[in-house]
Write a protein that binds this ligand. Structure first.
Ligand SMILES: C[S@@+](CC[C@H](N)C(=O)[O-])C[C@H]1O[C@@H](n2cnc3c(N)ncnc32)[C@H](O)[C@@H]1O
Length: 180
């Protein structure tokens, strides 16, 4: 799938213009008080840029050049890296790795285990992987938990929303896994 970064970002800009909150993901990430964050599948940098505004050292990685072009235009000072998450080795580890916006649903079918392994490999000991995605498109929480487990991460918490509403079995979940 290819994206139009400016169109994607414009949707969020319109929501923000009308007073909507487009930074729920960043708020949850910030509650972990990270010094370093990898925004995995960063798109136009919506989450990373908000975190950087609060003093977090962020790196954004995405495969899509159009998304990254918008991110670079909006925040040229942030390191943006074009790479497939399923084959990522930055040689760095982060306090938090975040996947916001259904990232595992957009990786090519069959690459989900490698995607999770690729991002999990960048979580430092006692660090967290936080991911939110819809559950009505074939990739289940059982799949995701198994892929996290295989990558050395343990489930710590699960929510229905980025504002920590309790997860009671709905069609969207935010999962927090930890590397112990
Ligand atoms: C819906 S967008 C979410 C963008 C951003 N995280 C946000 O919440 O605004 C999903 C992003 O995941 C990226 N993505 C999906 N699979 C990927 C992979 N295997 N490697 C790198 N990026 C990937 C896509 O290119 C796309 O930019």
């Amino acid at each position: 799938m290819t994206w139009n970064g400016d169109e994607y970002q414009a949707r969020f800009d319109r929501i923000a213009c009308k007073g909507g909150d487009v930074h729920g993901e960043a708020a949850l990430v910030r509650s972990f008080a990270p010094r370093t964050v990898l925004d995995a599948g960063c798109g136009t940098g919506r989450v990373a840029i908000e975190l950087a505004r609060h003093g977090v050292a962020v790196t954004g990685v995405d495969i899509d050049e159009s998304m990254l072009a918008t991110a670079r235009r909006l925040a040229p000072e942030i390191p943006w890296c074009r790479h497939d998450l399923a084959d990522l080795d930055l040689g760095l580890s982060f306090d938090v790795v975040v996947m916001a916006g259904n990232v595992p649903l957009f990786t090519p079918p069959g690459t989900e285990p490698d995607l999770v392994a690729g991002v999990a490999g960048h979580v430092r000991p006692d660090g967290h992987l936080i991911a939110g995605f819809s559950l009505d498109r074939g990739y289940t929480l059982d799949d995701y938990d198994a892929h996290c487990r295989a990558a050395g991460l343990v489930l710590e918490a699960r929510y229905a929303t980025w504002s920590r509403a309790p997860y009671t079995g709905g069609e969207y979940a935010v999962s927090v896994h930890c590397r112990h």
